[in-house]
Design a protein around this ligand. Structure first.
Ligand code: ATP
Length: 293
């Protein structure tokens, strides 16, 4: 039996979680940093961590019926000022409970939470988070990177487009809503081998809005283009590895259109597709506790 207290604090989510491997149950408390304007400011995000982490940890401790067996925390990658606060909080907790401190990789946690829940053995994992985009394959206990973004992360690319429109952060859910009322607008499609690039699409999307194309149409084109690129590379990774299991991870994975495209691609090739529920896709301490366990 392992009872893990997880702490996440790489960027916007001050989050704590308690995960009991025996009952497979979670308590997750998250306090998000929402910038007043623009994108995530590292100093403001760190100030948020400083205030919010003690509170979310206190809430999770209250829900526990005894001490944890270990404390797990996001060791990186992330914003330096936030990581220092997250690491300090986790170290203090491990010392006070006198239990092991386990530092975990935030990106592996995005992939591993779905793999763990799906029970898949050697899946391809598509990570679609804010600051990253990777296609990974699990082989003999190690993740190999098969493809990745050549420039900006997928969520950050969408957020940069919405910032240009003056919309508040995060932009992803707003693009998803507006795309429902739009007609497809053609944008550059950039897949190079197993890698993809988003910055040119962002510039073209911004230009299209500035040139008077209805914003709903640009949102629809943006989603179709970016998600088709991710789906194409994920499919090629399944073909390359001979695997018939695909797992989704990362906050952009909350998007219903992306899930639909991946599910339909997998169905066509007879592969199994697993997408965790949204609370395990966006940054959260539950995934940190799972990887720590
Ligand atoms: P990383 O985990 O790579 O360090 P992060 O912490 O910013 O980056 P996540 O918390 O996994 O990443 O995801 C946040 C991103 O998800 C934001 O860019 C946000 O716009 C995007 N997002 C959230 N909901 C949706 C949605 N419904 N559709 C598309 N994107 C979305």
């Amino acid at each position: 039996m392992t009872r893990v207290l997880g702490v996440e604090g790489t960027a916007w989510a001050a989050s704590a979680a308690f995960y009991d491997t025996e009952t497979d149950s979670f308590t997750i408390e998250t306090d998000p940093y929402v910038p007043e304007s623009g994108g995530i400011h590292p100093r403001e995000a760190a100030e948020h961590m400083q205030e919010a982490i003690p509170a979310v940890v206190a809430d999770v401790l209250e829900s526990m019926d005894g001490p944890p067996d270990a404390v797990a925390f996001s060791r990186g990658p992330g914003l330096g000022p936030c990581l220092r606060i997250c690491g300090t909080a986790a170290r203090s907790l491990a010392l006070s409970f006198d239990v092991p401190l386990v530092g975990v990789n935030h990106m592996v946690a995005h992939a591993e939470v779905g793999r763990d829940q799906s029970g898949f053995t050697d899946p391809v994992c598509l990570n679609t988070s804010g600051a990253n985009a990777h296609v990974l394959a699990l082989r003999r206990g190690r993740y190999r990177i098969l493809g990745e973004t050549m420039d900006t992360g997928v969520g950050n690319a969408i957020d940069k487009f919405t910032r240009h429109l003056g919309w508040s952060h995060p932009g992803g859910p707003k693009v998803e809503r507006r795309a429902k009322d739009g007609e497809y607008h053609d944008l550059p499609y950039v897949v190079k081998g197993m890698d993809f690039s988003f910055s040119g699409i962002m510039s073209a999307a911004k230009d299209a809005v500035d040139d008077g194309v209805p914003v709903e149409d640009v949102c629809a084109g943006l989603q179709e283009t970016i998600f088709a690129m991710l789906t194409e590379v994920a499919e090629r990774a399944l073909s390359l590895t001979g695997t018939d299991e695909l797992v989704l991870g990362g906050g952009v994975g909350q998007n219903e259109r992306l899930r639909e495209m991946l599910a339909s691609m997998c169905e066509q090739r007879g592969a199994d597709f697993y997408a965790p529920e949204p609370r395990f896709l966006r940054d959260n301490a539950g995934m940190i506790a799972v990887l720590g366990a």
